[in-house]
Design a protein around this ligand. Structure first.
Ligand code: URA
Length: 210
């Protein structure tokens, strides 16, 4: 993936995103849509998984056929909202290993505070996909990628639902080697660090905590 930012403009992605943004969408609906849209975004972000060939017998003859190469990929959920995207990618790559980064955003400083980190072994040999629906200030995304690199990851991608120009610029500055795939590049961050027009607090919307 050569471009730093890929906005997936597929009609199904854009349609589902509109439903998710609508404040009238229920918690259950929001969660289901996030799952579905993540499958579509996951298709795009896994486009460059390396392939090798294996020999199989079809009912007709022997053939050499493509199969995923190398170690299983690692999915890393940035808690808590990242969990809403995990199963969508796991549907596509069921044998992926899964890690978690626990970061919460200090609502005053908007800086990330780490409270949990658990990653699969041999991160350096795997493609790592970090998932978090909202790339807002970029502070927690940058901090999560810092932790993954400290743990040995060298081939990282970032999957989100919405991104801001500010967040993308911050990621590009800190981690130019990490491509971002998103469903939308929204207009801006507001003074409280929310994405505009956005969809509100993604964690609250998927877990019904507000
Ligand atoms: N996190 C969210 O859940 N929503 C925003 O708008 C920004 C960060």
């Amino acid at each position: 993936m050569s471009d730093h930012l890929t906005v997936v403009d597929h009609p199904l992605v854009q349609h589902k995103l509109t439903l998710m943004r609508d404040k009238a969408t229920s918690t259950a609906g929001f969660r289901r849509l996030l799952h579905e849209i993540t499958q579509l975004l996951g298709y795009e972000i896994t486009r460059e998984l390396p392939l090798t060939e294996t020999t199989i017998e079809t009912p007709m003859e022997t053939m050499q056929s493509p199969i995923l190469a190398g170690k299983k990929l690692a999915l890393v959920s940035i808690l808590r909202a990242g969990n809403g995207m995990l199963d969508g990618v796991l549907d596509l790559v069921p044998s992926a290993r899964v890690g978690f980064v626990g970061l919460y955003r200090d609502e005053e400083t908007l800086q990330p505070v780490q409270y949990y980190f658990k990653a699969p072994k041999e991160l350096g040999d795997r493609m790592v996909i970090a998932v978090d629906p909202m790339l807002a200030t970029g502070n927690s995304s940058v901090a999560a990628i810092d932790l993954l690199k400290e743990a040995g990851a060298t081939n990282i991608r970032f999957l989100c639902l919405l991104a801001t120009p500010e967040g993308v610029a911050r990621m590009k500055e800190a981690h130019p080697d990490v491509p971002i795939v998103t469903a939308s590049l929204d207009r801006e961050l507001n003074e409280k660090g929310y994405i505009m027009p956005g969809l509100g607090d993604a964690g609250d919307r998927m877990f019904g905590t507000k």
